[in-house]
Design a protein around this ligand. Sequence first.
Ligand code: FAD
Length: 543
Amino acid sequence: MPDPHIESEALADQRVIDLLRSHVAGDVLGDAGSRGEYARDASPYRQMPMAVVRPRHRDAVVALLQIASEHRLPLIPRAAGTSLAGQCVGSGIVVDMGAYQQRIIEFDPVSRRIKVEPGIVRDALNRHLASHRLQFAPDPSTTDRCQVGGMIGNNAWGLHAVSSGTTREHVQALELVLADGTIMNAAAVDAAGLGVVRSRDDREGRLYDAVIEPIDRHAAAIRSGYPSMRGIASNSGYALDALLRGQPWHVQGACFNLARLICGSEGTLAIVTAATLGLVEIPVAVRVCCLHFAGVTHALHTVPAILETGPAALELLDRAILRAAETHADHRGSSFWLRGDPGAVLLVEYAGASPDELEVRIRHLLRMHAPRTATVVGAGDIERVWALRRAALKMLMQAEGGLRAFTGIEDAAVPVDELADYYSEVQALLAARGLAHYAYGPVGMGSLHVRPEAGKGREYAPAEFESLLDSVAAIAVRHGGSFSCKHGDGRMRGKYLEAVLGSESLAAMRQVKTAFDPTGILNPGKILDCPPLTGDLLLQAPR
Ligand SMILES: Cc1cc2nc3c(=O)[nH]c(=O)nc-3n(C[C@H](O)[C@H](O)[C@H](O)COP(=O)(O)OP(=O)(O)OC[C@H]3O[C@@H](n4cnc5c(N)ncnc54)[C@H](O)[C@@H]3O)c2cc1C
């Protein structure tokens, strides 16, 4: 079905289509219907791409990049297209990396390592690993459809990030195709090896040099500017901080690895054609404690103490979400663990080697929480609890006739002991604007997803949307936080990077972008130099 909100030319530039068809193995689509299918991701942005290419294999990607760099054709790498900040929306050529490239290339259960093509879906990958009791740990809520390439692009993380980290911590090496078509392996290099690579007078040697130099020069600004340097979850900007924590800046630190930088770079630095991933064991024993609270603020005050108990996951759901779930056909029975009508619940998961080990920790937590209500869910039913949590956003995006709640301000993270204050300020701001909201999310990571309700029939002007983002970004920055802790910058939150990271860090990021992509063909207008925030924005409330 063509999207009436997207203006389309009848046909993409035929010369571009012919050129691509004659050089790139795979599908090259130029008709309005196909392009319309790729004109949106899960964000409120809509824009018709010039064409869509589905490369059949790595060499097709190389050919595509050679042509694109010669003719300055902008490319938009895409996996499942579930990004929330417009990462996959633009007027260039969409490169669907998931259509064909879904193979497992190598798997070694002993070293707990797997090499895959980027189009493999996370759930499919983990189904393959389940009989070995292994898994690829990062678990975004879109696990049933998101692909490894997209998880790398966004440095995705999910419910278990408090215990198992983000995608970056599980990516060991990446095969990349650079903007000019050069194939490069990004993997761990120790300090001695780094000296050798940097002395090479080739594309790779010059690239390493050009990435290290600005980090070196702006190290102090990166240390003081990046929220993650203060322990706050952040996917704001390029992960220069992740490199700065290791060699050559810290002799005892992890080896230098450009793969760490590619994670979270949103397709703007290189295209990933293979990924070597570290795997972890599936825990033997798991229980979830559902702690009931009178309200969100009460719950947020307890987060720092609960973190001390070493949970595997720590998530919040507020009353508005719980009520939405009760009325949603798919989730009606999923809140079986709920007692009464609490203002908020915290879901605290413990995982370990034996049920006895968990008992001790659960008893301790319940003592801390008493006399308030709590229920404990055992292994057989835990998936139902998390399915409800994972579905929260989907429910909010799927109200009949339009959105139930807006994406945009939900991705801030602040120090956990400031969560309650942060929430009061955001709550007051929304109330002053007459906006009801939903609140949920990974509070154990310092993030509370606050989503303003769309409001039936309410006009939501783009300028109003931008001004709300401006205000909440300012609150997050005042608390020393990030504004994109998980869902990325895309074209929606690039505007705030200077406020979050500082101008010097931003200058270093620009140099890194130029080193990778001198002609700016890789996902232009994402993270850096974004188009106006309200351009191509479609805010559709239910009628
Ligand atoms: C309902 C809902 C819930 C969500 N929950 C979470 C969550 O819990 N945690 C979370 O982190 N995110 C979440 N997201 C955002 C998103 O689903 C994740 O970030 C997901 O990992 C993106 O995967 P994808 O396959 O859809 O990638 P896409 O959206 O297609 O792409 C993501 C980025 O990667 C780039 N990219 C894709 N493939 C390549 C490649 N081969 N080489 C280089 N760059 C590439 C793209 O250009 C883009 O910038 C949610 C989204 C929705 C709609």
